[in-house]
Each structure stands twice: as structure tokens, then as C-alpha cells.
Design a protein around this ligand. Structure first.
Ligand SMILES: NC(=O)c1ccc[n+]([C@@H]2O[C@H](COP(=O)([O-])OP(=O)(O)OC[C@H]3O[C@@H](n4cnc5c(N)ncnc54)[C@H](OP(=O)(O)O)[C@@H]3O)[C@@H](O)[C@H]2O)c1
Length: 325
């Protein structure tokens, strides 16, 4: 297989690190796009050592900061000059944490999991378009199953701190919403990028063993739940293999705009009014995405919101850098 250049965000841990090892072991050039930390430096060494590849490079980025994403992208363009695969794996999920705004004044979960990846994709799309087989993958979650309940919907009313002190904040809900928004962007981007040949898909992840560091970031009661979940979850390498197949195999070469499950099947949109038995089947299985995910007016709202939030960052990025005298 032809060697590809791959960016994996959040590659210092869990599924992202396992994916970095997998891509590097198969001879691809891997850019580990991680936050600047000791953990990232150790992970970088580990990925090089385990894969036996020299073509692994650490590049620092904070996916919750537009400034950091912009400087990552401009340095990436100068240093590497081409890109074939972009994997948006990094995610913020700090259960029990208070409401927090990013440096850009956006709720931190949405900023990191949805608006940040959107911005990075929009800046790098021209570079991707130069590849003979460009692919983008969004790391999703089965938490979007909540949207099988027709009462659940995305709520943008407190994305920029509007609710002040009167909010009832839950990271669980903001995380759930950020992943549904990412699924909706997947569909819209597939349409927007069709001409340039860039394929965009979403992998629904049902669970992967969480590392000690990830568990340590959680509040004690959430940590206890996660420890129990870990007993049933598959190792990160299982999901890393799904990343690999979706981003490199012939089977997915022409697949775009889809949600894909852990069995590498394309998920079908659920019926709007399924009836009881079908409703149970849709909600419990991994074959369907909620009907809500295909609502065009909500998809347009998510797209417009991301455009609005990133407009300034995108305009500044497009401006030529001033000549240094
Ligand atoms: N594990 C599961 O059960 C499960 C289930 C469903 C979906 N998923 C999805 O799978 C993906 C990988 O998760 P995982 O299980 O491998 O968890 P993980 O080990 O905690 O990995 C998450 C990664 O995201 C990075 N990250 C967080 N905020 C960031 C930021 N602002 N900028 C850059 N990187 C940032 C973390 O880096 P730091 O070290 O800097 O924090 C970490 O490397 C995520 O998208 C997650 O939502 C996981």
C-alpha cells in the first residue's frame, strides 16, 4: 500500500495512541497532534519504539483553542506540504466538571470536540484535496443513542456563556451534543467536499478501555462507573483497527457522509415513527443512527453555528502573512 501522511489528534493516549502505532507500523507517516505535555513526549517515544518507525512526529496543538489550531495548521503546511488522512480523535469529556469557556469564549466541550475539528478541517481541506484518496474520520460515540428519544435535541442557547449563573450544567449532555453535532457535520462536509474528492465519515465507538490517566481526570463517582465499564470494553487496538480500515481500505475508498459501527457496517438512519419493536431494535442495536441525525434543518444549524464561531479564525488564516522587513 502507498504510504500516506496521517494526522491523528489526541494521539498521546488510548485509541489515538493505538492508532498511531498501527499506522506507523504499516509504514505510514504519522503526525501525533497532541497537547504539549510530558505525557505526549512519552507517548511519542513509545509509538516510535513500538512501531519501529522513524516516520512519527509530534506536533503540539490544543484542539480547544482556535489560535493553537491555526498555528498548528500553518506550521504543518510548511513542514509536511501534503496530507492524506485526518483523524479527529481528541475529545474533551470531564464528567462532573463545571461549565467552562475556551479561550475563544465557547463552551469547552463544543469547542474541543466540534468547533475545533471543524476549524482544522476547513483550514486543511485544500491540502487534503491534493491527495489522490483523501479521507477524514470523526471519532464518534454511541452516546448519540439518546437522540432516539424524540424529546432530545441540540441546544445552542448556552454555547457562549449566555445562561450566566442560572444553568444546569452536565458534561454528559454537552459531550453527547458535541458528538451528535460532529455526526451532522460529517454529512454536511461530505456534500460540501464532494467535488474535491475528500471523504468524511464518523465511527460510532461503543467503548474502549480507558487508561489510568484518563480515569484520573474524572471525578471519583464517574471514575468508579468508568472502572466498571472498563471490564466490558474492548482494548483501544480494536477501535484503532476500525480507524485503520476506514481510512485506508479499498472497501471504504468511495464511502462518504456515513456513520460506521464497530463491525465496520454502514449504519442506517432510523425511521421517524418506528413502532415499538423497531424502536427497541434501533435503540439497542448498533445498526441505526437516530432519525434526528438526518434532520436537514438541524444539520444546517450546526454548520452555520460552526461557520459563525470560526469565521474570524478562518478569515485571519486566509490572509497572507505580513512580510518581515
Ligand atoms: N473510550 C471510550 O469508551 C469511548 C467511547 C466512545 C467514544 N470515544 C471517543 O474515542 C476518542 C478517543 O478516546 P479515548 O477513549 O482514547 O480517550 P483518551 O485516552 O482520554 O484520549 C482522549 C485524547 O484526547 C486528548 N485531548 C483532550 N482534550 C484535548 C485538547 N484540547 N487538545 C488536544 N487533545 C486533547 C487527550 O489528550 P490529553 O492527554 O492532553 O488530555 C487524549 O489524548 C474520543 O473522541 C472519545 O470521545 C471513546
Amino acid at each position: 500500500m502507498k504510504s500516506r501522511t496521517v494526522i491523528i489528534t489526541g494521539a498521546n493516549s488510548g485509541i489515538g495512541k493505538a492508532a498511531a502505532i498501527r499506522f506507523a507500523s504499516e509504514g505510514h507517516t504519522v503526525i501525533m497532534a497532541c497537547r504539549d505535555s510530558e505525557r505526549s513526549r512519552l507517548a511519542f517515544k513509545e509509538v516510535r519504539q513500538t512501531s519501529g518507525s522513524e516516520n512519527v512526529f509530534p506536533e503540539f496543538v490544543d484542539m480547544g483553542s482556535f489560535g493553537s489550531i491555526r498555528s498548528f495548521c500553518s506550521s504543518f503546511k510548511k513542514t509536511y506540504g501534503s496530507l492524506d488522512i485526518l483523524i479527529h480523535n481528541a475529545a474533551y469529556v470531564s464528567h462532573g466538571a463545571p461549565y467552562q469557556l475556551s479561550q475563544d469564549g465557547i463552551e469547552i466541550t463544543f469547542a474541543t470536540n466540534t468547533a475545533g475539528p471543524f476549524l482544522m478541517t476547513m483550514i486543511l481541506k485544500e491540502l487534503l484535496a491534493g491527495s489522490d484518496d483523501p479521507r477524514i474520520l470523526h471519532a464518534g460515540s454511541n452516546i448519540i443513542k439518546h437522540f432516539f428519544n424524540p424529546k432530545k435535541e441540540l441546544d445552542f442557547s448556552d454555547l457562549q456563556g449566555e445562561a450566566g449563573k442560572n444553568r444546569n450544567h452536565s458534561v454528559y449532555i454537552t459531550y453527547r451534543n458535541s458528538k451528535m453535532a460532529l455526526l451532522m457535520l460529517t454529512r454536511r462536509m461530505a456534500g460540501e467536499f464532494k467535488e474535491s474528492g475528500i471523504k468524511v465519515n464518523y465511527l460510532q465507538i461503543n467503548g474502549a478501555t480507558m487508561s489510568k490517566e484518563t480515569l484520573n481526570k474524572m471525578k471519583p463517582n464517574w471514575r468508579a462507573i468508568a472502572r466498571i465499564q472498563n471490564l466490558f470494553f474492548r482494548p483501544p487496538e480494536f477501535t484503532a483497527n476500525c480507524y485503520y480500515e476506514i481510512c485506508t481500505s479499498e472497501a471504504f475508498r468511495n464511502v462518504t457522509g456515513q456513520a460506521i459501527n464497530h463491525r465496520l457496517e454502514i449504519m442506517q438512519p432510523a425511521a421517524e415513527k418506528p413502532g415499538l419493536l423497531m424502536d427497541i431494535r434501533q435503540s439497542l442495536g448498533a445498526g441505526y443512527i437516530p432519525f434526528y441525525a438526518r434532520r436537514d434543518e438541524v444539520i444546517a444549524k450546526v454548520w452555520d453555528k460552526c461557520m459563525e464561531l470560526t469565521e474570524m479564525a478562518l478569515t485571519e488564516q486566509a490572509e497572507p502573512e505580513p512580510d518581515v522587513p
